[in-house]
Design a protein around this ligand. Structure first.
Ligand code: ACM
Length: 266
């Protein structure tokens, strides 16, 4: 199975341009699944909640979902992408999953980062795994990586691949995801963006690129630098993620001792 990541350099607020670039890049890739960055069509550094609301859309009826649905159908591909979701008077930092037959599901970011707390409502979908037939996809968004419970929960729910749309401003995530993949025995696909945003007199945000796909042992299958945009693809045997053995005598999940992890559940 071919798993891909798309790394972009969006122009803030220029949704038409950013979606166009994605649609062009995602033609004829040969991939079965492609992960796009967090908020890939809008940019990230908002100066007010109103600005974020003005760029928000309904899932799945908004323009971004409709255009990517057409793409998924014509390319026979599954897409996971970040989007500002509008739901009545709330907006969420969300990810949508769309396949060749249309909309499949969505995830609202659980752990909001920094100023995101001013614009977005905290996610209320919980972490979920979507079985798309060719793989079981767990979705988390960017800063969710900082909380190992996110990836662990997805793995315990049966995820083969952690799909990780991101707008990373730290360099630690790419390294931390090696451990997330290794300890959970899952593939992971972190799709990040590049470029700088410096809006409203705020400190610049420098996005770190370095999008990567890791196997279920934490090996890097493909990674991008902090300069180039585009698609990168890795061939994976998704079933490998269903074997949780570490040694003949050890298993990632069977060896857990939850009775000694009570502090986690307070
Ligand atoms: C982030 O969660 N976008 C850092």
């Amino acid at each position: 199975m071919k798993l891909g990541i798309y790394q972009n350099h969006p122009e803030f607020g220029n949704k038409d341009r950013n979606i166009d670039h994605a649609v062009t890049a995602l033609h004829n890739t040969g991939a079965d699944i492609i992960i796009l960055p967090e908020l890939f069509a809008t940019g990230y550094q908002f100066t007010s909640r109103e600005e974020a609301v003005s760029l928000s859309e309904k899932i799945p009826d908004g323009k971004t979902c409709c255009i990517l649905s057409e793409l998924a159908a014509s390319q026979k591909i599954f897409l996971v992408f970040g989007i500002i979701e509008k739901d009545d008077d709330k907006i969420y930092n969300s990810a949508a999953l769309i396949g060749p037959d249309g909309f499949i599901g969505k995830y609202r970011k659980t752990h909001l980062f920094a100023e995101e707390k001013f614009w977005f409502s905290p996610g209320d979908t919980g972490l979920n795994v979507f079985d798309i037939g060719i793989a079981r996809l767990g979705i988390m968004i960017c800063f969710d990586w900082w909380f190992p419970e996110s990836a662990r929960s997805l793995a315990l729910m049966g995820a083969d691949i952690i799909c990780h749309p991101s707008n990373l401003v730290f360099h630690n995530c790419q390294k931390a995801m090696v451990t997330r993949s290794l300890e959970n025995g899952v593939f992971s696909a972190t799709a990040n963006r590049i470029g700088t945003e410096e809006r409203g007199g705020k400190a610049p945000l420098i996005f770190t690129g370095g999008s990567q796909i890791l196997d279920n042992k934490g090996n890097v299958l493909t990674s991008m630098d902090a300069k180039k945009t585009g698609v990168s693809i890795a061939d994976i045997d998704v079933k490998a993620a269903r074997n949780k053995k570490i040694t003949e005598q050890n298993d990632r999940f069977e060896d857990r001792r939850p009775e000694y992890y009570k502090a986690l559940f307070d």
